[in-house]
Ligand binder design. Structure first.
Ligand code: HEM
Length: 429
């Protein structure tokens, strides 16, 4: 990163642009120094929208960084809606918005209906089966990482060899995606979640086409799987999705494809980054690592702290449906708000000593999985299980794992991501 470091004492807020992808590859301490200042001095700071080729520039957005403001907006979905776009800063056509966001970009009553239908398919039996299989998947992935290190120079990439394959395999198993299609699923979801990072989206003059093509590839796969399951049902989520009904209504294939893309967007990259950022945080806080390794009774609080600390989803958007006032801020219908979860998760009004990584923090009412309101993460239970099992098994199976270099961060304002994180297994060779 060639950018000059931010000096927390001398931050000029007028020079900060949260829409600038380069801001998001700065070290977390620098970003949090900016958030501290925003929370204190400009709780509804206004930013211009990033330019995207082929899209009309919009009016800009307000950055929500205080916990109380974020909670108030999230819990009033009739006033601050998701339907005009939750995962894009720009307004994009409604069908495209729903295609990429599925229920995350919808408002009630349609959102409630789809969520009910999808929740019905996350039956306790289905979830139990998946949760049971997480141990097996993690054991498999960690054994492969060990083999790779032993066959090579002792090094691995935490992201490619541990953090990415675990949630990918969990979701693909849940949906019944065949082995042969999984490399494609990973590649296309990486493009959709790239935030336009030039490493993943080569044509910077036309990033929209890259997203569209990636989405169509995934939709095509789901169309195929859905047709196969209709002909021959199996015990997987795709079968449940094509057969389940709410009030006599089924999901269309298009809706199933959108939901599949949402699962990858909301469940795959997020869990991946919670794991990779958690491994990085433990390596930076060896006392905490030793404590957790020795004491499984702190599993629950440790996982919540990792999600608070990493805040893998940087923001979700809401749009005002009417004029009004919130905590002294006057807004108009159509105003856009970006809810910066990672900033709210370090708000000293709610978290004592918020810049301290403390695996025993309790209570920990973080908003990493979203805040109060209808869109709270549907996969939080599953993600918690994946993260817990991964760390417990890492301590057992790869206790010698050591981070051996700097993280290569994703150039994206949307996902707080790590693309690569070098690590070593066993003594240095
Ligand atoms: C919603 C974060 C894992 C499925 C959300 C939202 C956040 C979030 C912040 C709220 C969106 C909003 O308020 O607009 C995370 C994080 C995860 C994670 C940090 C991992 C550490 C998962 C997993 C799944 C999943 C594993 C599924 C397998 C969903 C779905 C929604 C959602 C379907 C939309 C719910 C709705 O709109 O009603 N997630 N998520 N997430 N998440 Fe997660």
């Amino acid at each position: 990163d060639a950018a000059a470091p931010i000096d927390p004492a001398g931050i000029d807020l007028d020079s900060i642009d949260l829409s600038d992808r380069d801001f998001w590859v700065r070290p977390p301490a620098e970003r949090h120094a900016v958030f501290d200042l925003l929370r204190r001095e400009r709780p509804f700071a206004f930013f211009a929208e990033p330019e995207v080729p082929m899209l009309e520039p919009g009016p800009g957005y307000f950055a929500v960084t205080r916990y109380a403001d974020l909670e108030a907006i999230s819990s009033q979905p009739a006033i601050f809606c998701s339907g005009q776009g939750a995962v894009s800063i720009q307004d994009i056509p409604t069908d495209l918005n729903e295609f990429y966001g599925s229920m995350i970009s919808m408002d009630d009553p349609r959102h409630a209906k789809i969520r009910r239908l999808v929740s019905k398919t996350f039956t306790p039996r289905m979830l139990e089966r998946v949760l049971d299989s997480v141990r097996e998947i993690v054991a498999d992935v960690l054994a492969a990482a060990r083999r790779k290190a032993e066959a090579g120079d002792g090094t691995i990439d935490v992201v490619a060899d541990i953090a990415a394959p675990i949630p990918l395999r969990v979701i693909c198993d849940m949906m019944g995606v065949p082995e042969a299609d999984r490399a494609m699923v990973l590649a296309q979801s990486n493009i959709i979640l790239s935030g336009g990072d030039p490493e993943l989206v080569e044509d910077q003059d036309d990033p929209l086409t890259a997203f569209l093509v990636a989405g169509m590839e995934l939709a095509g796969l789901m169309e195929r799987l859905a047709a196969e399951r209709l002909a021959e049902p199996r015990d997987d989520l795709t079968t449940a999705l094509v057969t389940t009904e709410v009030d006599g209504e089924k999901l269309s294939h298009q809706e199933i494809a959108s939901f599949f893309i949402l699962l990858l967007v909301a469940g795959n990259e997020t869990t991946r980054n919670a794991i990779s950022q958690g491994i990085l945080a433990l390596s930076e806080h060896p006392d905490q690592r030793a404590r957790w390794m020795a004491d499984p009774s702190i599993d629950r609080t440790a996982v919540e702290e990792i999600v608070r600390w990493a805040s893998p989803v940087t923001w979700m958007r809401r749009t005002a449906t009417q004029d009004g006032e919130l905590h002294g801020h006057r807004y108009s219908a159509g105003d856009k708000f970006l809810l910066f979860y990672g900033a709210a998760n370090r708000d000293p009004e709610v978290f004592a000593d918020p810049q301290r990584f403390d695996l025993t923090r309790d209570p920990n009412p973080h908003v990493g999985f979203g805040s109060k309101g209808p869109h709270f993460c549907l996969g939080a239970h599953l993600a918690r299980r994946e993260i817990t099992v991964t760390f417990r098994m890492l301590f057992d199976l790869l206790p010698d794992l050591e981070v051996a270099g700097e993280p290569d961060r994703l150039r994206s304002s949307f996902v707080n991501g790590i693309k690569r994180l070098p690590a070593r297994l066993g003594p240095a060779r």
